[in-house]
Design a protein around this ligand. Structure first.
Ligand SMILES: [Zn+2]
Length: 226
């Protein structure tokens, strides 16, 4: 009996030590308890850029889910502006203007309510010519923190995807300009480029994009803490 009690005590101690060890390790992770807002663009009646059946709104929602799962697994607190095939216009009846305007303003309102450490707005690029390809990250003007984040994610995308020499650039987007925290917009690739469009349908390529955005974000948070 005594032996059993002793065993139980040892087991409990090991469990407690184990837990302490896990939480100490977790706290060293740059993303631990950091709040990240993920904004998959478009949705519902707004498909974004399209190529046949391939729609920007579906690609970025899937990337958003992937990013959410990965970030949560490393201890981050995440928010998604949408988690289904819908836009946010109907949540914003009081605002005047078209559907697109109501949608965007609701996204801005949400991220400013959440006060995250960073906002990642996800989009797919399209252009008249099929020539252009490559992921590119945009940041608002006069925001050094967002600029650093954009550069960090761009660097990781370039390294992981190995198909672009694009650089992070200032972009004039409402979600970036009106967010009260560092916000970047990631154009993950060009749907107008046949090869890149094909890659964007592949789960393994989407995983690479998610991984790169995660790496860039993690790097930015790690250097910011020092
Ligand atoms: Zn878009």
């Amino acid at each position: 009996m005594r032996a059993k009690v002793a065993c139980a005590v040892i087991l409990c101690s090991l469990l407690v030590i184990g837990q302490l060890h896990v939480s100490a390790t977790e706290q060293q992770l740059p993303l631990y308890r950091r709040v990240i807002a993920i904004d998959p663009g478009h949705g519902g009646p707004d498909p974004g850029a399209t190529r046949g059946d391939l729609k920007e709104k579906d690609i970025v929602l899937d990337l958003g889910f992937g990013l959410r799962d990965l970030l949560q697994s490393t201890g981050a607190i995440t928010y998604l502006t949408r988690d289904s095939d819908t836009d946010l216009a109907d949540q914003n009846q009081t605002v005047t203007g078209g559907r697109k305007r109501r949608d965007i303003l609701r996204r801005v309102e949400l991220v400013n309510e959440w006060q995250p450490d960073a906002v990642l707005s996800l989009h797919v690029n399209a252009i008249g010519s099929s020539r252009w390809r490559g992921a590119q990250v945009f940041y608002p003007p006069d925001d050094p923190k967002a600029e650093e984040l954009a550069k960090s994610i761009q660097k990781a995308l370039t390294k992981v995807l190995r198909n672009t020499n694009r650089v992070a650039k200032v972009g004039d987007y409402r979600i970036l300009n009106d967010a009260k925290c560092p916000a970047v917009l990631v154009e993950v690739g060009f749907i107008s480029n046949p090869e890149e469009a094909a890659l964007l349908t592949e789960a393994s390529y989407r995983q690479k994009i998610v991984w790169a955005i995660y790496l860039g974000l993690q790097e930015w948070l790690a250097t910011e803490k020092e």
